[in-house]
Ligand binder design. Structure first.
Ligand code: ADP
Ligand code: MG
Length: 372
């Protein structure tokens, strides 16, 4: 796992527990915003079996991608790099030309990760598939600063927590695979029959402590390296940050992982139109609230050289949710103001209506006199 706070090159995987929550839209536009910020950025389509990042970037589906890398051993990742029409932004397609790769095996995942790590850029944005397949979890664990996208809906919140639960168990199993007894214990957890009986991470750590004190400490240390970030999409209210807080609190209590919120994106009709037009939202409607909100997420990443560590107190832990709620509150107020007609326009409408009423009155009077 790349610990992103220690390196200039940041790898930011984007995942979700539930499908259709806006990962690809965020991946395309966040990558563009980082490129606009003057950083060499590469957007990589790693949604094998469902690649469509090229659509959001307005690129035709005719170029070899990650799928070809698996099919042709002579290919290297750098052979797949495509220039986009946007300055500083490059793109690596997924597997649209090589179907049947949704269930890739361990060696194939390792090959992709190895190649990925050899690429030079300031930011690598990885658009992942939905859910908790081994491939998605392994790609998310390529670095410690992945973004999980959720909507405020209860089903998405449940799936977001489920994602982190699966992630932590996979992470611990991989990180502690050297000790047979520890491995056997962790594997036995996966075969628990009753879901409600599955132990929390604090319970697992106290059991590990009895098997191997050093490994228990290592597990704790590994978990503290994870700094996942949350983005709430399809929001209709600043209170939607409560859904994120629910995920955060559950993760803290049951999984021993801390997370911050780095942004909320409102439900916005311009997003669908931009996808239909195959132009990233940041270019299609740069003044839309959603574009500003995505730009703000990029700004947060660019302004923290130690990202995913947050130097600002307000961006850390629970406070990050308060900050995002406050920003979103402002966005909603600004949007309502923008939706309200201008006072001068209103006065003109009222004057016009007054004139129409006077005309009508005159007509009624004439008709009444004629009929007398
Ligand atoms: N903030 C938003 N407002 C309105 N529509 C959105 C928003 N974010 C995403 N969408 C729409 O939702 C659909 C799914 O988005 P996508 O990024 O493909 O999801 P995922 O990659 O998670 O499956 C797309 O049609 C997109 O236009
Ligand atoms: Mg997608």
């Amino acid at each position: 796992m790349v610990i992103c706070e220690n390196v200039d090159r940041k790898i930011i995987p984007i995942a979700s527990g539930k499908g259709g929550v806006g990962k690809t839209v965020l991946a395309a536009n966040l990558a563009l915003a980082l490129a606009d910020g003057g950083r060499k950025t590469i957007a990589v389509d790693l949604d094998l079996g469902g690649s469509n990042l090229h659509t959001c970037l307005g690129i035709k589906n005719i170029n070899p991608g990650v799928g070809n890398l698996l099919a042709d051993k002579s290919l290297r990742f750098k052979d797949l790099l495509l220039r986009t029409r946007y300055h500083n932004l490059m793109f690596v397609p997924g597997d649209v030309l090589v179907p049947g790769l949704s269930e890739i095996i361990h060696v194939q995942r390792k090959r992709i990760v190895k190649q990925l790590l050899s690429i030079d850029a300031d930011y690598l944005i990885l658009d992942l598939g939905s859910g908790t397949s081994d491939a998605v979890l392994d790609f998310f664990l390529v670095s410690n600063c992945g973004i999980l996208v959720t909507t405020p809906q209860p089903t998405a919140v449940t799936n977001a927590y489920g994602f982190f639960k699966n992630l932590v168990f996979r992470f611990l199993r991989r990180a502690l695979s050297g000790n047979k007894k520890v491995s056997e214990y962790l594997i036995s957890l996966g075969s628990e029959r009753a879901p409600q009986s599955s132990p929390t991470v604090p319970q697992i750590l106290s059991r590990l402590n009895k098997i191997d004190k050093g490994k228990a400490q290592a597990a704790q240390d590994y978990l503290s390296m994870l700094h996942p970030k949350l983005v709430i999409n399809f929001s209709h209210s600043p209170d939607d940050t409560d859904a994120g807080l629910k995920i955060r609190d559950l993760c803290k209590k049951n999984l021993n992982i801390d997370m911050e919120c780095i942004g909320l994106i409102g439900h916005n009709g311009a997003v669908d139109k931009s996808v239909a037009d195959r132009v990233p939202l940041l270019r299609f409607e740069p003044d839309s609230v959603a574009a500003l909100q995505i730009g703000r997420i990029a700004g947060r990443i660019l302004s923290e050289p130690g990202f995913p560590l947050c130097t600002s107190e307000a961006s850390f832990g629970k406070k990050s949710f308060d900050l995002v709620r406050e920003e979103s509150h402002q966005d909603f107020l600004n949007k309502s103001k923008a939706d309200m007609p201008d006072v001068n326009d209103l006065m003109q409408v009222i004057e016009g209506q007054k004139r129409q009423i006077d005309d009508l009155r005159g007509t009624v009077r004439i008709l009444t006199l004629r009929n007398m």
